[in-house]
Write a protein that binds this ligand. Structure first.
Ligand SMILES: [Fe+2]
Length: 471
């Protein structure tokens, strides 16, 4: 029956809510959430899908081949799945060759999935292309950016968090209904992951390009801080992280450990950080004007976003890396952003000043060169210098959301004047950043979408920046 539905401040007129929006199977399609691959190394890659079933247990076959016709099959096997893992399918395919394109598919009882494509990392490379993405609130916008990412055909997509949002409506930004509501337990987090994977542009990009992902806060809840008493809810954390590992092609480690590194010869090493699970108490609220007490806490000795173990890993890894570029993937912006000397957003690295200085001091003392932070969370595009006592020790590339909106920044021009280390920003567009790493340096393309409120979007090159190898 035709009806109006109201979700938060969004009103949608619907004829009948399509089953696909509810994450249900359409006739004959046993793999309605698509395929994806991720965490490639030179000899392995994770492949993923989910089968629609109501059986207590299903055994699903997979094949990996050198050609899309599957004449040259190099690996095959089968996986059992069941309601225990929400019928997700995920396996780490090992024994592959470096720098090689592979095709893969799943099949059960005569039903075969579409064909996915993936690629292992090279042992050495002169050229490499990464698409940087983050923040994809489903209700707030369509994932047009993924359509253009698919055209760019990067070696992998780096997603730095807010893959899902636990809440359904983002203020007045109403592109499409999110019938799941607020995720609080395993069933609702799984439903949220299924819903997000129904976007056709997301599916098409993930079918053909490997994903390298880390989480930020909304994979659990807004401003999440795993070590903080105010967020202490082991059942919710377990539910959110279980669903995340079920639905993302991320290599699993012990006890929800997500931080890890990925290396391409001596061209670059990418350090993926987890800024949420081990984070100290949130001091950020009230959001618009941090209190004096919060600003003092932000610089407190020992206050940590990463936790001691991860901080040591990051510092030691940066020190010992022999790669030319050292990327730090961070859910949150590392550059200082201050108005009249006061930090503006204490949920970002500005709320963890001591730990930021520890990392930057080590970079300075150990003469670690060519460090580039790749960050999200801010929902705006940015490029600038990460400073320690006025000395630039890293550059930072921040991407806007794929679909999540940016809040209004009051007095933007004046704010930029007060933060001259921020060299570029765009607050008006959603989109992604493309990094073309080559022998002469790196070209960075900031791509905005003309809209996310419909699928009829164009891509706009907002800025191109070249970082020479002689940095
Ligand atoms: Fe976000």
């Amino acid at each position: 029956m035709n009806s109006f539905i109201r979700l938060g401040s969004c009103v949608f007129f619907i004829f009948t809510l399509p089953f696909s929006l509810l994450g249900e199977k359409t006739e004959g399609n046993y793999f309605p959430y698509g395929l994806s691959s991720g965490d490639p190394t030179a000899g392995s890659v994770i492949i993923w899908s989910r089968i629609e079933s109501s059986l207590p247990s299903v055994e699903v076959d997979y094949e990996v081949a050198l050609d899309p016709e599957f004449k040259k099959i190099v690996k095959k096997g089968s996986l059992k799945t069941s309601p225990a893992t929400d019928y997700t399918l995920k396996t780490d395919v090992q024994g592959l060759e470096p720098a090689t394109t592979y095709y893969y598919r799943w099949s059960w009882n005569g039903h075969t999935s579409p064909t996915g494509r993936t690629r292992t990392l090279p042992l050495q490379a002169k050229n490499f292309r990464i698409a940087l993405a983050s923040c994809q609130h489903y209700g707030a916008g369509f994932y047009n950016a993924y359509r253009f990412i698919a055209q760019d055909n990067p070696d992998f997509i780096l997603h730095v968090g807010d893959w899902i949002y636990e809440f359904p409506v983002y203020g007045t930004f109403c592109a499409r209904p999110d019938p799941v509501g607020t995720a609080v337990d395993l069933d609702s987090y799984r439903a949220k992951h299924r819903l997000y994977r129904t976007d056709p542009d997301l599916q098409e990009a993930l079918k053909n390009i490997p994903l390298v992902a880390l989480w930020d806060d909304h994979e659990v809840q807004n401003d999440y801080a795993g070590k903080a008493l105010s967020f202490y809810n082991p059942d919710r954390m377990k539910a959110a992280y279980t669903a995340y590992f079920e639905y993302l092609p991320v290599r699993e480690q012990k006890e929800w450990k997500l931080y890890r590194s990925l290396k391409v010869g001596n061209l670059f090493e990418l350090f993926l950080t987890d800024g949420r699970q081990y984070r100290d108490e949130d001091i950020w609220h009230p959001a618009t004007h941090p209190s004096l007490e919060a600003l003092l806490q932000a610089t407190a000795l020992g206050r940590s976003m990463l936790g001691a173990e991860q901080r040591k890993w990051l510092i030691d890894s940066l020190k010992s890396s022999n790669a030319f570029w050292k990327f730090i993937a961070s859910g949150d912006m590392m550059m200082e952003i201050k108005r009249e000397g006061k930090a503006l957003n204490l949920d970002q690295w500005d709320g963890f000043d001591w730990e930021r200085k520890e990392i930057l001091r080590s970079i300075r003392e150990n003469k670690v060169k060519n460090v580039i932070v790749l960050s999200g969370d801010s929902h705006i595009f940015s490029f600038g210098k990460v400073l320690l006592e006025g000395e630039p020790l890293a550059l930072e590339i921040g991407t806007a959301g794929i679909s999540s909106p940016a809040g209004k920044i009051e007095g933007k021009e004046e704010l930029l004047k007060q933060n001259p280390h921020v060299l570029f920003t765009d607050t008006d567009h959603r989109g992604y950043v493309l990094l073309d790493i080559g022998p002469e340096g790196m070209d960075i393309f900031f791509y905005g979408m003309t809209t996310v409120l419909s699928r009829e979007a164009q891509r706009v090159l907002l800025k191109k920046i070249h970082i020479p190898r002689s940095l």
